[in-house]
Design a protein around this ligand. Structure first.
Ligand SMILES: [Mn+2]
Length: 271
């Protein structure tokens, strides 16, 4: 059995199909993990969403910021940006079922056999695995509840940018969503900074990538994430694995086989 962890697909359906072909995916023996951002910016969000839902018995998915944005846009909690490319999902006659499935997906997946955690953006430095699991679960409970649309409306804020254990309700859940789905750099106090997304070394003074911050995570824990294409798959740390290789930006779609950390890469197809 092999487990393939796949980076940000963002509507790159052709490349996803080529990648599944390349890994010779076998539903009887293999499993897929997706780091989130299945949709948006790329050409075929609907086709990707339908394919991943079809494979969901064999897959683990975590939500990314673009997946949540799609949900918010569907429920008219957020206007479309001109770069958004998921109108095909919004107009599809299966949109309700697809999005109902999507919102049930977690923010974090942990595998104890490989002591590996997957989230879209990473693991917030002030959280250990146990706290991160609890917080991800708190938000998932909201997303699975009857008042999830309210949360989709409330989550669009950069505040609070600093974690405090005594945050409650929407400020707490917004922070947790931001940490799991939008985090890149932190400032000296450990607060999230949202206006920097370039490669490491180009950031303002005083900021560090989340994985370079003093932290609470167990040093043996392997963290797999996407979201930050400018890293080009590099963190400089053996057990912090960046899988967004920017397929949608002309880069490639990457999968890592969990069992032996072998990387499989499909370059963006010519359009
Ligand atoms: Mn993202």
């Amino acid at each position: 059995m092999s487990t393939y962890i796949i980076g940000d697909v963002q509507g790159c359906y052709k490349e996803l199909v080529t990648l599944l072909d390349k890994i010779n995916f076998n539903e009887h023996t293999d499993r897929l993990w997706f780091v989130g951002d299945l949709v948006n910016r790329g050409p075929q969000s609907l086709a990707v969403l339908k394919l991943v839902k079809k494979l969901s018995d064999y897959s683990q998915i975590v939500l990314g910021n673009h997946d949540l944005h799609l949900l918010a846009a569907f429920f008219k909690k957020r206007a479309l940006h001109k770069q958004d490319t998921f109108t095909d999902v919004l107009l599809d006659d299966q949109a309700v079922q697809l999005l109902d499935w999507l919102r049930q997906q977690p923010l974090l997946h942990y595998d104890s056999e490989f002591h590996t955690v997957m989230t879209h953006a990473g693991l917030y430095p002030a959280w250990n695995l146990e706290l991160a699991q609890q917080l991800a679960e708190e938000v998932s409970k909201q997303l699975k509840s009857d008042h999830y649309v309210e949360l989709l409306g409330a989550m669009y804020t950069n505040q609070p940018s600093c974690w405090q254990a005594d945050l409650t309700d929407y400020p707490r859940w917004s922070f947790v969503i931001n940490a799991f789905t939008r985090m890149r750099y932190c400032d000296e106090k450990g607060c999230l900074v949202f206006n920097e997304e370039g490669p490491v070394g180009t950031q303002q003074k005083g900021l560090l990538p989340w994985f370079e911050m003093p932290n609470q995570r167990d040093s043996a824990l392997q963290v797999v994430f996407g979201h930050w294409a400018a890293l080009q798959g590099k963190t400089g740390k053996k057990n912090i694995i960046a899988l967004d290789t920017g397929c949608v930006w002309g880069g490639s779609l990457t999968a890592m086989r969990l069992e032996d950390k072998k990387f499989l890469v499909v370059n963006k197809a010519a359009s």
